[in-house]
Design a protein around this ligand. Structure first.
Ligand SMILES: CC(=O)[C@@H](O)[C@H](O)COP(=O)(O)O
Ligand SMILES: NCC(=O)COP(=O)(O)O
Length: 258
């Protein structure tokens, strides 16, 4: 059974793909700041960006422009993702977002495809986690759904883990969906037991989100980009955000009624 959260899971909209389209010309459209504004006006709880070192989508100027925009949205959370051994820490130092999510991507990787191996990288992550936290920035670690890794994430100082959900998204609606989802349930339980907050993201969408939140306990935030921006091309940003919020509300209402 999913423990009831005090509030529905927060929706952080990832704007990478808006920047990806914008970068194909030098006209500044579609605007990342305008997209953020419309998503926040529709009720999104936060904005996520992943400024990759190759600048293929979100660029340094976007990170700073969004930081300025979010000053006018005091309740909205800014989450910056990236590899702290590449370019992420510069943004953390300059912008001090509410949250940074450490992701172990190689430079030029096409998209995120694995979580941290803390046996290999834990010792060198520890001081960077401490630095970000000392700057007042919450630290989340992008992790595969491996229950035994959660205590290690806590031990090196993380506040939260972001469960990497691509395997769930791929399995959704297939015969293997149940054991895959169970792995996420167990990983979230282990994270909560270790004293970590739980986030989730990658390939979540309107078809798979509610079931995930119903089965995986205590998810504080989902960051969603690719599918949400694809939906926004058809429905517009505001209708799309409202529809994702409905998926979240549905799970919250059902778990509150348990
Ligand atoms: C960290 C993560 O989960 C990724 O989903 C990421 O933010 C997406 O990056 P791209 O938009 O570059 O595929
Ligand atoms: N952290 C995951 C994220 O921000 C968005 O991932 P996706 O929805 O673009 O796969």
């Amino acid at each position: 059974m999913t423990p009831t959260l005090a509030a529905p899971t927060a929706l952080s909209v990832n704007l990478n793909k808006v920047a990806l389209v914008r970068n194909t010309r030098s006209l500044g459209i579609p605007s990342v700041v305008r997209a953020a504004t419309l998503c926040l006006q529709a009720g999104a709880h936060g904005i996520t960006v992943h400024p990759r070192p190759d600048g293929r989508h979100i660029r340094s100027d976007d990170v700073h422009d969004l930081h300025r925009l979010l000053q006018a949205w005091p309740r909205a959370e800014y989450n910056i993702e990236g590899n702290p051994f590449h370019n992420l820490m510069d943004f953390v130092r300059q912008v001090r977002p509410h949250q940074c999510t450490f992701v172990p991507d190689a430079e030029g990787q096409s998209t995120s495809d694995h979580g941290w191996d803390l046996a290999a990288d834990g010792d060198r992550l520890r001081p960077l986690i401490a630095e970000a936290r000392a700057l007042g920035v919450r630290v989340s670690l992008f992790m595969d759904p491996v229950p035994r890794a959660m205590a290690a994430a806590k031990a090196i100082g993380a506040d939260r883990v972001e469960l990497y959900t691509e395997s769930y998204a791929r399995a959704h609606g297939t015969a293997s969906a149940r054991p895959v989802l169970q792995a996420f349930t167990h990983a979230a339980q282990a994270a909560l037991a270790a004293g970590l907050g739980v986030n989730a993201g990658h390939d979540l969408n309107r078809a798979n989100l509610t079931e995930f939140l119903l089965q995986v306990p205590g998810v504080r935030e989902v960051s969603i980009g690719h599918a949400l921006i694809a939906d926004a091309l058809e429905l517009g940003y505001k209708a799309t955000v409202r529809s994702y919020l409905q998926c979240i509300e549905q799970a919250f209402a059902a778990s509150a009624g348990q």
